[in-house]
Design a protein around this ligand. Structure first.
Ligand code: C2E
Ligand code: MG
Ligand code: MG
Ligand code: MG
Length: 281
């Protein structure tokens, strides 16, 4: 049977398309339910000072395990939520949960919370701006403890509302970071127009760095550029000690990756913070 359809290019293609579509439809339905039933969770990955090993921030990462479909990666459901509009509700859940958590953690350490924002969320830029300010006030988190992570792709369109929103949030103290830096295709001029605080070098460069000369020189170039623009740098996806050592040597301030810790549940992260506070005391 496979041979029969194989000879006919169309039906083979259709069968794959169909499977793909069915999974998307199922995920759409389940994601709606997951939101309604409060089944989504936020995990936190430490961002550390490469010199001291101190945790300086936590990145909030959404987690979803469906009863029937099992663990679903954000790399799969975030793009889906961007298409079906659920990203606005998802984004609001992460914003609330992560800011509330970060406000509690302030008693243990002066930690920042990094939250990912999709370009689609900025299409409702006024509501987004209002919600961010409202949530910060509600949970009592100082605005400078929030780092909004955006990718270069949000600057592809020159949207005045987006620009006003970013500038306004910045003016009240919210920090802006560029995520997955080096993987986008946009012009670099946006770097001058906004005062970003951090640049996160995508993990593809970090992982290639130790045995690939080209990746190493790109990382070098990104660090030099960041320095001249007065941006702090976070290296993403550090898995091995030599990578951390080398980045530290090059003057990269911060790191994130499995070498330090995988993303943790809120309870696990709290324990980690407590043990770190004890070490210093
Ligand atoms: P990202 O913002 O670049 O987040 C970093 C991703 O790298 C996370 O994947 C994290 O688990 C993974 N990672 C961290 N250290 C290592 C490492 O040492 N090695 C490897 N191989 N991976 C590492 P995750 O949690 O699967 O999230 C994937 C992407 O989904 C995120 O990339 C982000 O773009 C998006 N995402 C996750 N949560 C949210 C959210 O709440 N809102 C939005 N808009 N996007 C989100
Ligand atoms: Mg991120
Ligand atoms: Mg990233
Ligand atoms: Mg990403």
């Amino acid at each position: 049977r496979a041979k029969e359809t194989g000879r006919n290019g169309y039906s083979f293609y259709d069968a794959n398309m169909n499977q793909d579509l069915q999974r998307k439809l199922a995920l759409n339905v389940r994601l709606h339910q997951a939101i309604t039933n409060d089944e989504l969770d936020v995990h936190y990955q430490p961002i550390v000072d490469l010199k001291t090993g101190q945790i300086v921030a936590a990145e909030a990462l959404m987690r979803w395990t469906d009863r029937e479909l099992g663990f679903i990666s954000p790399a799969e459901f975030i793009p889906l939520a961007e298409k079906n509009g659920l990203i606005h509700r998802l984004g609001d859940i992460v914003l609330q949960q992560a800011c509330r958590q970060a406000a509690q953690w302030q008693a243990l350490a002066p930690l920042a919370i990094a939250i990912n924002f999709s370009s689609v969320q900025f299409r409702q830029c006024e509501q987004l701006q209002q919600r961010v300010l409202q949530v910060l006030a509600e949970v009592g988190l100082p605005p400078d403890r929030l780092e909004m992570e955006v990718t270069e792709s949000i600057f592809i369109e020159q949207d005045t509302c987006l620009i006003n929103t970013l500038n306004h949030l910045k003016s009240v103290g919210v920090q802006l970071s560029i995520d997955d830096f080096g993987t986008g295709y946009s012009a670099l001029s946006y770097l001058q127009r906004f005062s970003f605080s951090k640049l996160k070098i995508d993990r593809s460069f970090i992982q290639g760095m130790t045995n690939n000369v080209a990746d190493r020189s790109l990382v070098n170039a990104m660090l030099a550029m960041a320095k001249s623009l007065d941006l702090k740098v976070v290296a993403e996806g550090i898995e091995e000690q030599p990578q951390a050592d080398y980045l530290n040597l090059l003057g990269c301030e911060y790191g994130q990756g499995y070498l330090f810790s995988r993303p943790l549940s809120a309870a696990e992260f709290t324990q980690l913070l407590q043990s770190q506070t004890l070490q210093i005391a």
